[in-house]
Design a protein around this ligand. Structure first.
Ligand SMILES: Cc1ncc(COP(=O)(O)O)c(C=O)c1O
Length: 375
């Protein structure tokens, strides 16, 4: 039972042993009865250390990613931080120039306070990655495809560079999901997710996860840190996320087909300067994406010829797609990233990011074309 569609339906979804219920029980208990000397009945003691609903989700995530163990967190950022803050003082890590803004803020603002330094590089340029290595480099962090430029890095090549240097490779797999790409099978040591996005899939629950290739000392140290710092996922959030995982492969197929249709329509439009979608042959990393991904995902970004004003006019003229942050839900979402990136935005002023939803492809394309006409 290794095909991802079958795993998604059944992993962590075994019928409840006590009642036969097919929907997993939602255990809200914060504390579990134990014997007079702390003897545990079923392995549980206190929810911050671990709980049955979170365990089910972790089993599902480990199975989906082909990992040995998973740890669920209260958000994607909590998961990311859970791994990064486990680096020892003096350590250095390499991360992508194009990445989710939260990672950049951790790398530039918070981790230096703990003596951890970082270098941002273009992860698709393997020579640049090698040149960024230092004797104290302990971790390469990949985010592929990346947010918001949807750049693709070669996971197997990065794993080779990391391991040759005595470092580990962690990969943010939020955009691709294990349906399209399984970094652990390509050599990554840890996979990170914002489960807020595609895995839960309905824009209604925050969460994050780390999946480990091995249940090793690193896993144990990070699990201990989560227990003590308390960044766990609430049971109802775990339950909702597990429910989302079960339909993930079906949703991803639809997201990918819609994104491809939209990318092709945008590419053909004279008002569009550039489309960033790895499924297009013109995409800089198309060959790597075609090799390591089974499809190209539901995220794209594009740039308009008329600069910031045209981008904002376009975003304001949409009738079906919604101006909102986040991604991976059923609704098509558009965001002018430069407007939400703070005082010194990194994104180009004419760039719009799109999370292509589950509506009919022709309705999405028609909405974008009418908004382009009015931009
Ligand atoms: C690629 C990526 N990684 C991590 C995160 C952070 O996840 P969360 O918002 O669940 O904390 C996001 C959020 O947008 C993201 O897009």
């Amino acid at each position: 039972m290794t095909r991802i569609e079958t795993l998604a339906v059944h992993a962590g979804g075994e019928p409840d042993r006590e009642t036969g219920a097919l929907s997993p029980p939602l255990h809200m208990a914060t504390t579990f009865e134990h014997g007079p000397a702390g003897e545990r009945r079923a392995g549980y003691e206190y929810q911050r250390e671990g709980s049955p609903t979170q365990d089910r989700l972790e089993q599902a995530l480990a199975a989906l990613e082909g990992g040995a163990a998973a740890l669920a967190y209260g958000s994607g950022m909590a998961a990311m931080n859970g791994l990064l803050e486990s680096l020892p003082p003096g350590a250095h890590f390499v991360y992508p120039g194009d990445c989710y803004t939260g990672l950049r803020t951790l790398a530039q603002e918070f981790l230096p306070e703990r003596g951890i330094s970082a270098t941002a590089v273009d992860m698709a340029d393997l020579d640049a990655v090698r040149a960024a290595l230092r004797p104290e480099t302990r971790l390469l962090w990949a985010e592929t495809p990346s947010n918001p430029l949807v750049q693709v890095a070669d996971i197997a090549a990065l794993a080779g560079i990391a391991h040759g240097h005595g470092a580990i490779l962690a990969c943010d797999n939020t955009f691709a999901t294990p349906v399209l790409q399984r970094p652990i099978t390509l050599g990554a040591d840890v996979v990170m997710h914002s489960t807020t996005k595609y895995l839960s899939g309905h824009s209604d629950v925050m969460g994050g996860a780390l999946v480990f290739a091995a249940r090793d000392a690193l896993h144990d140290a990070v699990a201990h840190r989560r227990h003590i710092t308390g960044a766990i996922l609430a049971p109802f959030s775990a339950w909702l996320t597990l429910r989302g995982c079960r339909s993930l492969p079906a949703r991803m197929a639809w997201h990918c087909a819609n994104a491809r249709a939209l990318a092709e329509a945008l590419q053909a439009h004279p008002a569009v300067e550039a489309v960033h979608y790895p499924g297009l042959a013109a995409h800089r990393n198309h060959a790597v994406a075609a090799r390591q991904m089974s499809d190209f995902g539901g995220m794209l970004s594009f740039q308009l010829r008329g600069g910031r004003e045209a981008a904002l006019r376009f975003a304001g003229a949409l009738e079906l797609a919604i101006n909102a942050t986040s991604l991976g839900g059923p609704e098509t979402l558009v965001e002018h990233r430069a407007s939400v990136e703070g005082a010194n935005p990194r994104s180009a002023q004419n760039l719009l990011r799109v999370s292509v939803g589950l509506e009919h492809a022709q309705d999405i394309v028609a909405d974008f074309l009418q908004a382009l006409d009015r931009a």
